[in-house]
Write a protein that binds this ligand. Structure first.
Ligand SMILES: *Cc1c(COP(=O)(O)O)cnc(C)c1O
Length: 395
């Protein structure tokens, strides 16, 4: 059996998205900046895609800027809020401890350039407390950036409430919605979102393309200088095949969202019940307020990396922590942020299931994980110490 259960790392492109990409490469190969007909046709396709995408998050097409993906959108959003803030003497930024590295590393850079950053705790359930957020807002706060849904533990943040608080205090609100767009309903107007990042390859579009939504009235700062593409705010010839495929994938995901989520959350809960039977294991993140496709468990006395290799031998692709940090031995900053100690965080497994997963596949995953965890524990010195009482069980 082959089961791809790493959709939070990336997704397989949908047939329709592949067809849209091909159609563009064959038929709409002009440069949207060229004035002759072939160029103008490409420009039409580009603007059509912008309109369709804007509609899905209830934005105006002029508020959508195409980027090379989620990381670029995150970088540009933070730079924009920081530079605009500094002009008004505001240099304080609020974020959370479990953001994606595209946010955290950009915040580190801003700190080196004179900005002050407050990282809110995300608590044991992986959800920030809006009261704590409000209390952290100061006179000189120029930005709140909190992700819509976490990429490792799938927890969904109270975005509507955060937007309301930020609007009331007149602070810009950016959300990294890379895990949410195409998977959750988003309405940037109703939710008072000022900037939002998205990436096509997390909703069955291609890699290397995404977008940044920026509310009208916010002056966007350039990350990439050059030509006048994207209203002069993001230079470089537009990735039209990627953009057309992204549009197609997003329309498809939005149209099937309810049905997909209903199915996936059922399988997710089945997986959670099955894996909970493993002794000294625990679900990471809130059981209810989480993405329909996300299951994240810690197992005491083993190494997450070893589970992955053994799952791979059985045809199951999964992740421990986040794909961006695998290869590094540091335990996931997300699991540490929700209070897991190093040893426990190391023995963690993320399954991010796809829309087409079946009950049989879920059962195969449960059986495989059970056997693998028991096998790894059978020769784990940490597990021996735990069972001999030389160490205390935590889970
Ligand atoms: C994948 C991901 C990103 C990065 O997006 P890319 O398009 O791969 O650059 C940023 N934030 C979150 C939450 C993600 O899951």
């Amino acid at each position: 059996m082959q089961i791809y259960a790493d959709n939070a790392a990336t997704t397989k492109m949908s047939e329709a998205a592949i067809a849209a990409m091909n159609d563009c490469m064959v038929n709409w190969y002009g440069n949207p900046s060229s004035l002759y007909t072939i160029g103008q046709k490409a420009k039409e396709k580009l603007e059509e895609a912008r309109e369709e995408i804007a509609k899905i998050i209830n934005a105006d097409p002029k508020e959508i800027y195409f980027t090379s993906g989620g990381s670029e959108a995150d970088n540009q959003a933070l730079l924009t809020a920081a530079l605009n803030g500094r002009k008004k003497g505001k240099t304080h930024i609020i974020s959370s401890a479990f953001e994606h590295h595209a946010i955290l590393h950009t915040l580190n850079k801003l700190e080196k350039n004179g900005f002050e950053v407050t990282l809110l705790p995300v608590h044991e359930n992986g959800i920030i407390d809006v009261k704590e957020l409000e209390a952290a807002i100061r006179e000189d706060t120029c930005l709140v950036t909190i992700m819509t849904a976490n990429n490792e533990i799938g927890t969904i943040q109270p975005v509507t409430e955060i937007g309301e608080v930020c609007r009331r205090h007149n602070v810009a609100f950016h959300t990294d919605a890379v895990q949410a767009v195409g998977h959750l309903h988003i309405d940037v107007k109703k939710q008072n979102i000022d900037m939002l990042s998205a990436s096509a390859h997390k909703f069955h579009g291609p890699k290397g393309v995404g977008f940044l939504y920026v509310r009208k009235g916010i002056v966007l700062q350039n990350l990439i200088e050059g030509g006048a593409q994207e209203r002069g705010k993001r230079a470089g010839t537009e990735n039209l095949p990627g953009i057309m495929a992204m549009k197609t994938a997003l329309i498809e995901s939005a149209a099937n969202m309810e049905e997909n989520n209903a199915h996936m959350s059922q399988i997710r809960d089945h997986l959670i019940r099955g894996l909970s039977e493993i002794p000294h294991s625990a679900l990471n993140g809130d059981a209810k307020h989480r993405l329909a496709g996300n299951v994240n468990f810690s197992f005491e006395g083993i190494e997450g990396e070893s589970i992955l290799i053994l799952l791979d031998q059985r045809g199951i692709s999964a992740s421990s922590g986040s794909a961006c940090t695998s290869g590094a031995l540091d335990p996931s900053h997300v699991l540490l942020a929700i209070g897991r100690i190093h040893d426990v965080a190391h023995g963690s497994l993320r399954l991010s299931i796809g829309e087409n997963i079946t009950v049989e596949e879920a059962n195969y995953i449960i059986e495989s994980v059970k056997e693998i965890v028991a096998y790894l524990r059978s020769f784990s010195p940490v597990w021996r110490d735990l069972t001999e009482g030389k160490r205390e069980f935590i889970l």
